[in-house]
Design a protein around this ligand. Structure first.
Ligand code: NAD
Length: 356
């Protein structure tokens, strides 16, 4: 028997998954009728764009290698101008969340279809969420127009992602799945995906930690990231994401590592209010407790778990607590300022999560 009524919105991207699946790119462009593709990448991944361009020949209209973090408006304008000058009729976004973010920004007004080839575990390719930064302000929004038409997941393209970055990126993906399990609009389908995502990431992390070239480990990480991204694109996020947005936005802390540090503490805060989600997270991790299971997974694989090592000062904790409690996201447990301040203290020190 189902616990409650629900709404599930299927997002119609076509997914091609598997080691070596980049070889199917031309077939996918043909199916879409894309004749003059613009390849987007960061300057660091220009080599990948060159490999793709030489394999596709005439189907590529040009390469724009200016994608950077946070999708600055000036970069969007340059890319749009370039796309018009080469008469592009679609985009291939080869890279992580920053490159896919640029493609989304272009799709928003130009309406060009996107084929995404993700090379990290951020999961942006599965969400209708876009963000563009102008001045100091990041404008975010949701529009189904920005969703890629096709996503090619080739785990071989993640082999070059440094191990530490892969683990932290994987824990960031795990956070999307974990919060998805207690989301207000969670449903049986996204919960299945979330639990499978956590189990897959928890299998992948130890495998790639001992050998970054482990093919099975890389498959498991990218598969988990796909499912976690789908959860992020379908249901609302709660306290954990609010804390991370506060720490990232106000104190400029690194995005994925902040997620890894905060998740055990946010889960501990919500444990009493979301027992079924905790049971499923713990089961997926093969642990007795969800918050401790995540904390130990991170510690065992060398993740530095203290906010103080990221340059945050003790004096910042009160301000972070205030901001995180102002306009909170929906959360299964009401937001209590003193408990949030205590949780931040634990994360600051790198202590195990306290069950409060
Ligand atoms: P990123 O795209 O910023 O990439 C970081 C660096 O790693 C870049 O230099 C990139 O070229 C390099 N890189 C990427 N893949 C590589 C590989 N396989 N080997 C070697 N180097 C590689 O990092 P990210 O973590 O993927 O994305 C983070 C951004 O994505 C953030 O701005 C975040 O806000 C955004 N994001 C958006 C959504 C959404 O739904 N809109 C979801 C998740 C993340």
């Amino acid at each position: 028997m189902l616990a409650r009524d629900f709404v599930f919105q299927s997002r119609p991207a076509r997914v091609v998954f598997g080691a070596g699946s980049l070889q199917h790119l031309e077939r996918e462009l043909q199916t879409l009728g894309m004749q003059r593709a613009l390849i987007l990448c960061t300057p660091e991944q220009r080599w990948l764009a060159d490999v793709i361009a030489s394999a596709l020949g005439d189907r590529v209209a040009g390469i724009f290698d200016g994608a950077v973090m946070h999708v600055p408006m000036a970069v969007v304008r340059n890319a749009r101008q370039y796309a018009q000058s080469v008469r592009a009729d679609g985009m291939i976004a080869a890279g992580g969340g920053s490159t896919i973010g640029l493609a989304k920004a272009l799709a928003l007004d130009a309406g060009m279809p996107i084929v995404a080839i993700p090379t990290t575990y951020a999961g942006s390719e599965m969400t209708p969420i876009f963000g563009i930064t102008e001045g100091q302000l990041k404008r975010t929004g949701t529009d189904s127009q920005v969703l890629p038409k096709v996503v090619i997941y080739d785990p071989q393209l993640t082999l070059t992602l440094p191990i530490e970055m892969s683990i932290v990126n994987g824990l960031n993906a795990l956070a999307h799945a974990a919060e998805g399990l207690y989301a207000r609009d969670a449903n049986p389908i996204t919960s299945l995906m979330a639990e499978e995502a956590i189990a897959s990431l928890a299998r992948g992390i130890p495998a790639i930690c001992s050998d970054g070239g482990d093919a099975g480990g890389r498959d498991a990480m990218l598969y988990g990231a796909w499912l976690a991204g789908t959860v992020l694109g379908n249901v609302g996020m709660a306290l954990h994401h609010k804390l991370c947005h506060t720490l990232g936005g106000t104190f400029n802390l690194p995005h994925a590592l902040t997620h890894a540090i905060m998740l055990p503490h946010a889960l501990a805060y919500n444990a009493g209010a979301a027992p079924e989600a905790m049971r499923r997270i713990a089961r997926a991790l093969g642990a007795d407790s969800a918050p401790l299971g995540v904390y130990e997974l991170a510690c065992r694989h060398g993740v530095p778990m203290a906010l103080r090592d990221l340059g945050l000062g003790t004096a910042d904790l009160d301000r972070a607590a205030d901001i995180a409690c102002a306009n909170p996201y929906w959360n299964p447990r009401p937001i209590e300022r003193d408990a949030i301040r205590a949780l931040l203290q634990d994360a600051f020190a790198g202590s195990p999560p306290a069950m409060v």
